[in-house]
Design a protein around this ligand. Structure first.
Ligand SMILES: *[C@@H]1O[C@H](CO)[C@@H](O)[C@H](O)[C@H]1NC(C)=O
Ligand SMILES: *[C@@H]1O[C@H](CO)[C@@H](O)[C@H](O)[C@H]1NC(C)=O
Ligand SMILES: *[C@@H]1O[C@H](CO)[C@@H](O)[C@H](O)[C@H]1NC(C)=O
Ligand SMILES: *[C@@H]1O[C@H](CO)[C@@H](O)[C@H](O)[C@H]1NC(C)=O
Ligand SMILES: *[C@@H]1O[C@H](CO)[C@@H](O)[C@H](O)[C@H]1NC(C)=O
Length: 372
């Protein structure tokens, strides 16, 4: 007996020493100080990591089978696995961010940044009201101000302004201003009041104001994600009495107008701040379109149907609690009728990280990290 427990004792220490030395090697060779001091995320359900869990909203994902491919289970992420912002953070060696709600309610550590995103939210305050409570972009900016005030208690002004200037701000807004506003003409007046070009101008004008407020609060590095090809999501494809299963071209055209203006805004802001700040347009539209047009090349099999939830002729039936999702989730472009699968998010994160200028314009996020 004594002999055996001694063996276990020796084995235990040997393993411990091996794991310590492996850790030392990996920290020495693989993970230098992450280049961004923190990440601050603003947006909608494509990046919400749990803020809506605390709201009276129909737009929630804190139930099974969401999170089915993670060790942590359902968290409020609208994905079978990790989201683009989780994966991009991983590529830079950052820990996962707390949601603003968790930081406020549970006192989670905000040193590495905060996620303010809220499902159903949009650039316009009215957007998403059909789904109940949500944290609008305006309110997300205000919540960031709360965080800055909180950080001021732990850093002096010089250190705080450096910390914020070296942080990465990610903004993913605009989809709901179409899906949960302009395209719901029974519930919103925007499509009666404005043609698609005027509407895109109104959105971009608001967006610019909000970005400038974030800049005034100290952020300097912005990744502004464009809107994806909404005409190709199962929710839109399945609309109408006799859905053709094809992408809806006029929806994609509308989104295209918004994206063109967002890209121009990036040029305008980069000129305005002339090297003291960097604004980058993330071309998720092009990346997703390429995947949808040639799925096999990227390892996908199913493009027009969701892995979880069915595209009824109303196209509204999402992934309900205890739905049984498909088994081969990595072969589906869409996890539910609105959101891409983790397999797609991995491609998008990789392209944001070190893609070409057609993925990230004018520079990719690795390059953003090296600037000032
Ligand atoms: C938060 O985490 C950082 C390191 O990641 C640590 O230095 C800091 O003390 C922590 N703050 C609180 C309030 O626990
Ligand atoms: C500010 O940063 C400097 C150097 O990085 C450090 O020595 C100092 O303690 C910091 N001050 C505060 C209040 O954090
Ligand atoms: C922008 O900065 C460059 C050098 O960094 C300078 O040569 C140029 O004059 C500046 N342009 C404006 C409009 O301030
Ligand atoms: C991009 O990153 C991946 C690994 O994350 C690497 O395999 C690839 O070579 C990189 N490409 C460029 C152009 O840096
Ligand atoms: C993207 O970033 C990497 C650095 O990580 C850089 O080497 C590469 O040139 C960039 N890609 C393009 C096409 O700009």
């Amino acid at each position: 007996m004594v002999h055996r427990s001694l063996m276990v004792w020796i084995a235990f220490w040997t393993l411990l020493l091996i794991s310590v030395s492996v850790n030392n090697v990996s920290t020495a060779t693989l993970s230098p100080m992450p280049p961004f001091s923190a990440m601050f995320v603003f947006g909608d359900s494509l990046v919400d990591n749990g803020n809506n869990n605390y709201l009276a909203s129909f737009a929630k994902a804190n139930y099974v089978p969401y999170g089915i491919d993670t060790s942590w289970g359902p968290t409020g992420r609208f994905s079978n696995g990790k989201m683009l912002v989780d994966l991009l953070g991983e590529l830079f060696g950052h820990p996962y961010l707390p949601s603003f709600a968790a930081a406020q309610i549970q006192g989670r550590n905000i040193t590495w940044g905060v996620n303010y995103a809220s499902a159903a939210a949009g650039i316009l305050d009215e957007t998403g009201r059909n789904l109940g409570a949500r944290i609008t972009f305006n309110q997300q900016v205000q919540n960031f101000q709360t965080t800055v005030t909180q950080l001021k208690t732990t850093m002096d002004d010089m250190n705080l302004s450096q910390y914020l200037a070296k942080s990465l701000a990610i903004v993913n807004h605009g989809s709901n201003d179409y899906i949960n506003n302009y395209l719901l003409s029974g519930l919103y007046s925007s499509s009666f009041l404005y043609d698609p070009k005027t509407y895109a101008d109104i959105l971009i004008q608001q967006y610019k104001t909000q970005i400038q407020r974030l800049h005034d609060l100290g952020l300097r590095k912005f990744l502004l994600a464009g809107v994806g090809p909404l005409g190709c999501i199962p929710n839109q494809i399945s609309k109408g009495l006799f859905p053709s299963g094809m992408c809806v071209d006029d929806v994609n055209a509308m989104v295209g107008i918004f994206n063109d203006r967002l890209r121009s805004l990036v040029d305008e802001l980069n000129t305005q701040y002339n090297g003291s700040s960097i604004f980058v347009y993330g071309n998720t539209y092009a990346a997703l379109t390429q995947i949808i047009q040639d799925p096999i090349a990227y390892g996908f099999v199913v493009t027009g149907r969701a892995c979880c939830g069915v595209g009824s002729f109303q196209g509204r039936i999402s992934c309900l609690p205890y739905s049984i999702p498909c088994r081969n989730r990595d072969q589906y472009v869409f996890w539910d009728v609105f959101h891409p699968s983790e397999a797609v998010n991995k491609i998008l994160a990789q392209r944001a990280f070190n893609g070409s200028s057609s993925d990230c314009y004018p520079v990719n996020v690795s390059q953003m990290a090296l600037l000032f």
